[in-house]
Ligand binder design. Structure first.
Ligand SMILES: Cc1ncc(COP(=O)(O)O)c(C=O)c1O
Length: 459
């Protein structure tokens, strides 16, 4: 009897995230079978540039033997250990030490989890625990920004202020509040400079805090450069002004570095690129292990640690933890990833390659389909518009970003139509070479031309 095909098994049994299930039942899965460097191959032997590094994560590409060896060696030594009740494995303590040594200066302790969502979720729990410990039981609300992406646990869904992610899941819950997107192109007024727009956003934040009552607000979470919500670098002076407001009302700042961290924006952390000073907590994942194995981390300041340490003594324990938090195999792969970044000067490589990357990206600003080409380091996006002058978008039913994504596939390039607005994200593995950057943008340029021609022919 013949075995069922991948498509048959998948349609019958696999429930996919972020997928239209009715369409999937008809089209079946896209199946990828092999990876090498920045390329992956589908089941028919077609080769693609992985232009979004999977989900913004495979920094070292798809065939790094040292990461495989690190996992194998740890699997053969101690395949599992946990971190409860003060237990550790050497590789986990070493990873914590190394991560803290390269983290933003204010970070003092790392807490390991298995995903970005878990990192964010546990940062929220720390904010609540911290305020309970300080006898501020009402200081619990968390502020995020419209179009911010912070993951999908119940609490994270309340922070991820993107309609398609929240509306059908009864989010946001009560303790979660939203403030404006720092996107100058879309929301800046004609008469405003970037700096004035940043001032307005900071004033709106202060307004929200006063309306809600500052004594009820625990923390604000922000990606330095917004990723999945549209690849949005903040306007000049934005974080300086936001941090001033947060400090005034004793509100913690959680810097969500899940995409930005480990060199993506041209500096080790997005905090460095955008002038975020001494965040209270930092979350990271993805490039921490080049995504070869699930691992994330939440880091906290010494001040927060001191408060929660004393509270744990009063309660008996810090009563939270995951079975796989501090998994030794994941820690071994992450530790090897950080060693590779240092030994190969991955940051230096990014700084070289980001120049042609950003130059080619900016050139797309003049394409008739592109309203704004934006980005930093080795991350970017093109926002597609029907009218460059008025910035009017296409009718959403045309799904223009999806059309570009599909054309890109025909040109051997995988990008992503982002879940808000007609925006296509670009975020290749950090190991991409200058020649490969040109291949990527050649393919994207041809795809934009194809879609533009099709749209012209329709009208
Ligand atoms: C900034 C940010 N935070 C959190 C997450 C959630 O991470 P995960 O999908 O690993 O749960 C993501 C995922 O893309 C992210 O971009």
């Amino acid at each position: 009897m013949a075995l069922p095909s991948v498509a048959e098994m998948d349609i019958r049994s696999n429930l996919h995230p972020y997928t239209n299930h009715i369409v999937h039942q008809q089209t079946g899965p896209k199946t990828y079978v092999h990876g090498e460097g920045i390329y992956i191959w589908d089941e028919h032997g077609n080769k693609f540039i992985e232009g979004l590094a999977g989900l913004w994560c495979t920094s070292l590409g798809f065939s790094e033997p040292r990461l495989v060896a690190a996992a194998k060696a740890q699997l053969e030594t101690l395949p599992y250990n946990h971190s409860f009740a003060g237990r550790t494995a050497p590789v986990v303590s070493e990873l914590a030490e190394r991560l803290i040594s390269i983290a933003p200066d204010s970070m003092s302790k790392a807490y390991f989890v298995s995903s970005g969502s878990e990192a964010v979720d546990s940062a929220i729990k720390v904010a609540w625990y911290y305020n309970n410990a300080l006898d501020r039981p009402h200081k619990k609300k968390i502020i995020s920004r419209h179009r911010g992406y912070h993951g999908v646990t119940v609490a994270c869904t309340s922070l991820t202020a993107i309609p398609v992610i929240q509306e059908a899941f009864d989010a946001p819950l009560e303790r979660f509040k939203q403030t404006g997107t720092p996107h100058f192109y879309r929301f800046g007024e004609d008469s405003e400079t970037e700096e004035q727009f940043a001032t307005r956003r900071a004033e709106e934040l202060e307004q929200l805090i006063l309306e809600e009552d500052p004594d009820t607000i625990a923390a604000m979470i922000a990606e330095p450069l917004m990723g999945a919500g549209g690849v949005i670098p903040p306007p000049k002076t934005y974080f300086e002004k936001i941090q001033k407001v947060l400090r005034k009302y004793d509100i913690l700042l959680i810097a969500d570095e899940v995409i930005n961290g480990f060199g993506r924006t041209g500096n080790p952390w997005g905090c460095d690129t955008y002038g975020i000073e001494a965040p209270d907590m930092v979350t990271c994942a993805k490039q921490l292990s080049s995504a070869y194995i699930p691992i994330g981390a939440k880091m906290i300041s010494e001040e927060i640690f001191t408060v929660i340490a004393e509270a744990s003594n009063r309660h008996g324990v810090f009563g939270t933890g995951y079975t796989y938090g501090g998994h030794p195999v994941a820690a071994a792969v992450a530790l090897e990833t950080l060693k590779i970044y240092e030994e190969r000067d991955t940051m230096g490589h990014v700084r070289q390659v980001m120049e042609p990357f950003q130059k080619r990206l900016k050139q797309l600003d003049s394409h008739p389909l592109v309203g704004e080409a934006r980005g930093a380091g080795l991350i970017g996006a093109v926002e597609l518009v029907a009218d460059k002058q008025s910035k009017e978008s296409y009718d959403p039913s045309l799904k223009v970003a999806l059309q570009v994504y599909q054309k890109c596939l025909e040109h051997g390039l995988i990008l992503r139509a982002l879940p808000s607005g007609d925006t296509v994200g670009i975020c290749p593995p950090l190991i991409i070479t200058e020649a490969q950057v040109h291949d990527l943008f050649d393919a994207l340029g041809e795809s934009l031309n194809d879609v533009y021609r099709d749209l012209q022919n329709m009208s």
